[in-house]
Ligand binder design. Structure first.
Ligand code: 4AD
Ligand code: MG
Length: 451
């Protein structure tokens, strides 16, 4: 039975019978034996294998170059070498697959750009292996956070006919051949269909039945913004809570971020990001967990920005969207802590947000973090039937197409609220990795759909 190297390295006792398998990171030969550093991706660490000349399979050792796959059985013994507790004395060794000279990961220190061009091989590097292990554990932590608080996981559809954000950034889904592109009635769904930008609207229907729910799935945006924080396909975590207002929504978002950051702090792979990506990472994350988050209204945030004396590239004015540079000033330079901005002007937010009593602002909230800006966007939802119908009008939305959504307000309406966390932005935040393309296995961005 094969043991993962992660478990081998954590052993407290030697053993006479061990089998491991993995990919060769490096090999050194002397006359009488070879040293092989073996990695199987279960953890950052390699297991050092010592293969004496003369063991079964040794004739193939010369072919065990960097990248080759190997299976070894033998003994685990305490290592005399510095920096490792254990090494493996091979009893027999088998070459499974060679890696010829054109294996691209021969030497260390490739640029992120080059590694993106070999996204099928980059998880074999230390840094990307760690990034994708942490991605897996953070996904598990997301489920744990909500499941432990009695939220019910709902799988909302990926193909949809509604545009939640109303921004017209949808990818169309069609089976029509090009020459019939206009004949919507002949299309598969007999109407226009798209990849979802958010599971929220369907999530709301389930919250208005099961109380607290969350979705965690892929979402798609055809926005042509080629930035380090936008992808055309990304994963979103969207809780939705019945009988909840904006304050409860902000509480939940902040508690979730704190929980997820604490989980990241306990992650065995965090150290490599601290060493090679962001020296201050651990301190920064500890600060996030220990200090209270800030909250400020949009109106006050605009006043602060106007009074900052800072030269921004984009204008700051009541009624305009906050740009990334504004968000970063608030959270990096002014508050120096994650900051929730709430009550935005209704004109710059989607139709579903609840209108405040001032009739100028809506109960929107964005949670901003240092280094990134917006990581969460959410709101209390408009639960008043008449006001929602008015909103449809203002936003040019066909009430017929959204009658199911309006029904929630007709039959047993309740105040409810929710938000969306960009999962990749969270990963950037907890690893310090600067580009969204490096925290998603196969990034999709304008002009890029390789693999
Ligand atoms: O602010 P957004 O657009 O909000 C919604 O979609 C709401 N329906 C969520 C809800 O209330 N249930 O997106 C939410 C988050 C953003 O804060 C950001 O972190 C992330 O999703 N996001 C993106 N991440 C990567 N690439 C993109 N193109 C993104 N667009 C949004
Ligand atoms: Mg947003």
């Amino acid at each position: 039975m094969r043991t993962l190297i992660k478990h081998v390295l954590n052993r407290t006792e030697p053993t006479d019978s061990l089998e491991v398998a993995g990919w060769v990171r490096t090999r050194r030969d002397s006359k009488a034996f070879s040293f092989i550093e073996l990695n199987d991706g279960s953890c950052l660490g390699n297991l050092q294998i010592i293969a004496d000349a003369g063991i079964p399979g040794y004739e193939d050792v010369q072919k065990m170059t960097t990248g080759a796959s190997v299976r070894v059985s033998g003994k685990l013994i305490p290592s005399p070498a510095k920096g490792q507790d254990w090494e493996m004395q091979a009893g027999s060794i088998k070459l499974l697959g060679t890696a010829p000279d054109d294996y691209p990961l021969q030497k260390k220190g490739h640029s992120p750009e080059f590694l993106r061009s070999i996204a099928h091989l980059r998880p074999r590097t230390n840094l990307y292996g760690a990034a994708f292990r942490i991605r897996s554990r953070m996904a598990y932590a997301v489920h744990r956070f909500f499941q432990e608080r009695d939220f019910i996981c709902v799988h909302t559809p990926i193909i949809t006919a509604s545009d939640c954000e109303g921004a017209g950034e949808m990818f169309r889904v069609t089976t029509l051949p090009d020459e019939k592109a206009a004949k919507v009635a002949e299309d598969f769904f007999e109407k226009r269909a798209y990849l979802t930008v958010s599971g929220q609207l369907e999530g709301e229907t389930f919250a208005c039945a099961l109380s607290n729910i969350y979705t965690f799935g892929p979402t798609f945006r055809a926005e042509n913004s080629n930035t380090s924080r936008h992808a055309a396909e990304f994963w979103m975590v969207e809780p939705e809570m019945a009988f909840c207002d904006l304050a409860g929504d902000m509480d939940c978002a902040e508690e979730m971020i704190r929980f997820l950051v604490s989980e990241a702090l306990a992650d065995p792979d965090l150290a490599i990001f601290e060493k090679f990506v962001d020296k201050g990472l651990r301190d920064r994350l500890e600060h996030v967990v220990e200090k209270p988050f800030q909250r400020i209204t949009y109106t006050d945030a605009v006043k602060l920005l106007e009074g900052s004396g800072k030269k921004f590239q984009y204008p700051v004015k009541y009624g305009l969207n906050l740009q990334s540079e504004h968000e970063r000033w608030l959270t990096e330079e002014y508050f120096k802590q994650p900051t929730t901005v709430y009550n935005y002007p209704k004109e710059i937010k989607p139709f579903y947000m609840r209108l405040n009593d001032d009739e100028k602002t809506v109960t929107a909230m964005d949670l901003l973090v240092p280094g990134i800006g917006e990581i969460i966007g959410g709101s209390q939802r408009e639960e008043r039937y008449d006001v929602l119908l008015e909103n449809f009008k203002h936003h040019n939305i066909d009430p017929e197409a959204y009658s199911w959504y309006a029904d929630l307000r007709k039959f047993g309406t309740v105040p409810h609220a929710g938000f969306g966390l960009g999962f990749e932005r969270l990963l950037m935040f907890v690893t310090g990795i600067q580009n969204i393309r490096d925290v998603i296995p196969f990034p999709r961005t304008p002009g890029n759909c390789e693999f």
